[in-house]
Design a protein around this ligand. Structure first.
Ligand code: ADP
Ligand code: MG
Length: 246
């Protein structure tokens, strides 16, 4: 049986002045998949996330979420439909506690404080941050801030979760914990698209990988296929890394 197409990006382009940050990008993500988007700095990964989630308006092309055209829809509407994302620069509210931060996300679905707070508590248990629910945003390590951001995104009850560099700057142990959390999220039935530079993580976790370079998709395939592609190695991965994989 074929699975439902969760997200379809068709011919998406976004320019900033003379720069084509996204140039005619096409790809689809099936329900339940984990797809990584990789590529060098400036390749257009965050722009793609911003175009899909309504933070930027693409110049041309379309985005479909479960068949519904969501191109140029406002970000809050996109979130309401079931797409949540984190930002490359962690955006937690520093003078609020962990529980309060997650409650703000849950309010989108639950509207009243008490049920929203209960839901936030459940999510923090799921993500492993419940013990730190009374900590302020400023008191958290990078790894916990990233976990909090994921918790806030989950609180909006998404069907598709998009993570922008949630593993950057983590220690080996923290990285393993984040990978475990991502697998746990997928096991709940969610679909994930992740932007990641930590190749070790990308190769372990992804069903498929989309490679961007200078705003264009240059390759798409399984982690193994991507790793044996000359153009990808030259544009991004480097000979040394791929020698290790083989
Ligand atoms: P990545 O996330 O792959 O590192 P980005 O999507 O952030 O790349 O950026 C792609 C290109 O678009 C870069 O050259 C960047 O400077 C440019 N860019 C991104 N956002 C903006 C913006 N708001 N205004 C102008 N240029 C932008
Ligand atoms: Mg980026």
């Amino acid at each position: 049986m074929t699975k439902a197409i969760c997200l379809k990006v068709a011919g998406l382009s976004k320019r900033f002045g003379g720069l084509a940050a996204n140039n005619d990008i096409h790809f689809s993500v099936e329900e339940g998949e984990i797809v990584s988007v990789i590529g060098p700095n400036g390749a257009g990964k965050s722009t793609l996330f911003n175009c899909v989630t309504g933070f930027y308006k693409p110049d041309s092309g379309n985005v479909f979420f479960y068949g519904k055209d969501i191109t140029r829809m406002r970000s809050d509407k996109v979130c309401n439909l079931g797409i949540a994302r984190t930002f490359q620069i962690v955006e937690v509210i520093s003078d609020m506690t962990v529980l309060e931060n997650v409650t703000t996300g849950a309010l989108l679905r639950f509207h009243r404080i008490k049920p929203a707070m209960e839901k936030a508590g459940e999510i923090l248990t799921f993500t492993g941050l419940y013990e730190k629910r009374a900590f302020l945003g400023t008191e958290l390590t990078i790894a916990d801030k990233k976990r909090l951001e994921v918790s806030m995104a989950l609180a909006t009850r998404p069907r598709l979760l998009m993570l922008d560099e949630s593993m950057a700057g983590l220690t080996k142990v923290e990285l393993r914990e984040m990978l475990d959390l991502i697998r746990k999220i997928r096991n709940e039935g969610m679909t994930l698209i992740i932007v990641e530079h930590v190749m070790e993580a990308v190769m372990q976790i992804s069903d498929r990988v989309v490679v961007l370079n200078s705003g264009k998709k240059i390759m798409e395939g399984t982690p193994k296929e991507v790793c044996s592609d000359r153009e990808v190695i030259q544009a991004y991965l480097g000979e040394k890394y791929c020698a290790i994989i083989k």
